[in-house]
Design a protein around this ligand. Structure first.
Ligand SMILES: Nc1ncnc2c1ncn2[C@@H]1O[C@H](COP(=O)(O)OP(=O)(O)OP(=O)(O)O)[C@@H](O)[C@H]1O
Length: 588
């Protein structure tokens, strides 16, 4: 119904926002609405009582009447004050709950999304949705409620006072309403467009800020300070401009309403001296004062009601962003019939797998691959940069689904396996080691939720990390800094190896797991990883061929196809890609 009263507004969006949230916060909204009735009632009463104040001051009236009116005035304003306070508090409680619940809902949706979703959306847009959009949802609900309940009922109350006191003059003042609405309609057209552009610019500010914080080393090394400052300046200026435009549009309703009310009051005053049907329009001073007070008091709620659509339009831009995020189809769904992996040796196989990235350059990254990673054995993937090695690991972890064919573990299509079971069975160490905010212990402990302190220390020892951790100011309790910024690349890598060791999973995936280590540490960790890989199905990617030589099997991938395959010794026997790379690296 509301949407019908507000033609032109995105009805579905508004209806959905209202139906989902009013129900969830019904108690608080009911209390807020109840308080609003009191605010509306007491506002009308405070105008009505003007007549009694004037009349009670006449010398003919007895003193007790003056006391009575004085007490009534005190009571009306006390109730109005309390109701106003309660209305604001209840509305805020409901509003803040809505912000919190929408943020949680959005994050739940976000975290369920597959990796491809994050590739297609910028992190700054996501941040704007999480912060601004939920605030916008609250603002729209507040506007609708305040305007439709408090302002509308206040106006009805004041209109009642006006009509009962001065029917003819009230009829005259109503003439101004269509004029005001016509003016507002013209302002509305621009609002949505400007607010949308403001949100985009806001996202640009966040993007520059995040990039500055993440890439500060590159910025300093290449003296990009001015470049970044110019980008920030541009984004900030754009938001400033948009905000000013919105403020101008919103404020434009004020002078319009001011002029209209001034004209109405002047016309009414002039008319009060007029005679209609042989009698003066105004019969008593008290009634005229009541009427004028009601008219002046009606100004604010009328202005808010008139500009309500601007407020709603502004907020709905954010609400749309919020629903875009909430409604975005989950890009990686667990199958309805998904089951945990049964006991098994954990052989991994690619059956006729083809794959290309959505939003990639359109080229097929993996071409009808048939691969077998023997259970409990280690297989090294070798090949030129961009040949598809990391993509093979991505598909093994089911970060993406094959475009064609299937990936199997012990003969079971991994699309039929629960995510929990799939992840439980795998440990991964990548070239970009990511650490989370918190202590060293916390970061290693993420490998297995129930790990004891002793197990964490044992994993750190196995990853050759215990010595450097012990030298940190607070040992295992030391903070790693944002994305491990307090640690060196090699130290971060050792922590992520410790995390994988702790996980103790039957399938081990290593993507350049030792790339950030110096030769000495690398040799030690190679040994640790080699020990770890014993009895586990291990797939490792390494550029240094020394790491590869320990593998049971080598698969050479080029342009998404298998070029060569065999044990290291077998491959070295013939003239081939692997042999040439080997000779080049060892300068033979
Ligand atoms: N998220 C992605 N979106 C689109 N294209 C991608 C994505 N990740 C990789 N690619 C493309 O897929 C191809 C294979 O990349 P992949 O990372 O698997 O190669 P790689 O053999 O592991 O390379 P490197 O040895 O350099 O790490 C490349 O052409 C790359 O540009």
């Amino acid at each position: 119904m509301l949407a019908k009263l507000l033609p032109g507004i995105e009805e579905k969006l508004l209806y959905r926002l209202l139906s989902e949230n009013y129900q969830a916060q019904a108690k608080w909204y009911a209390l807020a609405i109840l308080s609003m009735f009191f605010v509306a009632g007491t506002t009308a009463a405070s105008a009505w009582i003007m007549k009694d104040i004037v009349q009670s001051l006449s010398p003919d009236e007895p003193a007790y009447k003056v006391y009575g009116v004085a007490m009534a005035v005190a009571a009306i304003f006390a109730v109005k004050g309390i109701a106003g306070y309660l209305q604001a508090v209840f509305l805020s409680i409901a509003g803040n709950r809505i912000i919190a619940s929408q943020q949680i809902k959005m994050f739940d949706r976000l975290i369920q999304q597959g990796v491809s979703y994050f590739g297609s959306k910028s992190s700054s847009d996501t941040l704007v949705s999480l912060t601004q959009a939920s605030q916008a949802a609250r603002a729209v609900l507040d506007t609708v409620l305040l305007s439709f309940v408090r302002d509308l009922f206040t106006l009805i109350g004041l209109g009642f006072v006006m009509f009962t006191q001065q029917p003819v003059l009230s009829a005259v003042s109503i003439v101004t309403i269509p004029v005001a609405l016509f003016g507002i309609k013209n302002l509305l057209k621009k609002v949505r467009d400007i607010v949308t552009r403001e949100m985009v610019s806001l996202s640009a500010i966040i993007k520059v800020a995040t990039e500055t914080s993440m890439g500060i080393r590159v910025i300093k090394a290449f003296a990009l300070e001015d470049h970044m400052a110019a980008r920030m300046n541009q984004a900030v200026t754009r938001v400033e401009k948009m905000s000013n435009s919105i403020a101008r549009l919103q404020a434009a309703t004020m002078p319009m309403m001011d002029v209209l009310s001034g004209l109405a009051i002047a016309a009414i005053l002039a008319m009060s001296a007029t005679t209609i049907f042989g009698g003066r329009v105004v019969t008593s001073q008290g009634q005229l004062l009541s009427f004028l007070t009601a008219l002046i008091m009606a100004y604010d709620p009328a202005r808010r009601l008139a500009s309500m659509r601007i407020g709603i339009e502004t907020g709905l831009v954010g609400v749309k962003m919020m629903y875009d995020l909430l409604d975005h189809p989950i890009t990686m769904l667990e199958s309805e019939n998904a089951k945990p992996l049964p006991e098994g040796p954990r052989q991994v196989a690619f059956r006729n797998v083809s794959f290309n990235y959505e939003g990639g350059n359109g080229e097929t990254v993996l071409k009808s691959l048939d691969l077998e990673f023997a259970a409990g054995k280690s297989t090294a993937l070798v090949g030129p940069s961009g040949s598809g090695k990391s993509t093979i690991l991505n598909l093994t972890m089911r970060l993406y689904d094959p475009t064609d064919g299937q990936v199997e573990i012990d003969g079971m299509d991994i699309r039929d396996v629960t995510f929990a079971s799939l992840r439980e069975n795998m440990a991964f160490v990548g070239q970009d080691t990511f650490l989370f905010a918190g202590s060293v212990k916390h970061n290693i402990g993420l490998g297995r939720a129930d790990a004891t302190d002793d197990e964490i220390i044992a994993a750190a020892k196995a990853a050759n990390a215990h010595d450097f951790i012990s030298k940190l100011p607070e040992g295992y309790e030391s903070d790693v800094g944002e994305n491990g910024g307090n640690l060196s690349g090699g130290q971060r890598q050792r922590l992520s190896i410790a995390r994988a060791i702790l996980r103790d999973a039957p399938i081990l995936l290593l993507d350049e797991a030792t790339s950030a280590l110096d030769a000495e540490s690398e040799a030690e960790i190679q040994k640790a990883l080699h020990d770890l890989s014993q009895g586990r199905t291990t797939i490792l990617i390494a550029h240094r061929l020394s790491s590869v030589m320990r593998a049971d099997q080598i698969i050479v991938v080029k342009d998404g196809e298998i070029l060569e395959q065999g044990t290291p010794a077998e491959l070295l026997k013939n003239e081939n890609f692997f042999k040439r790379s080997y000779d080049l690296q060892y300068d033979m």
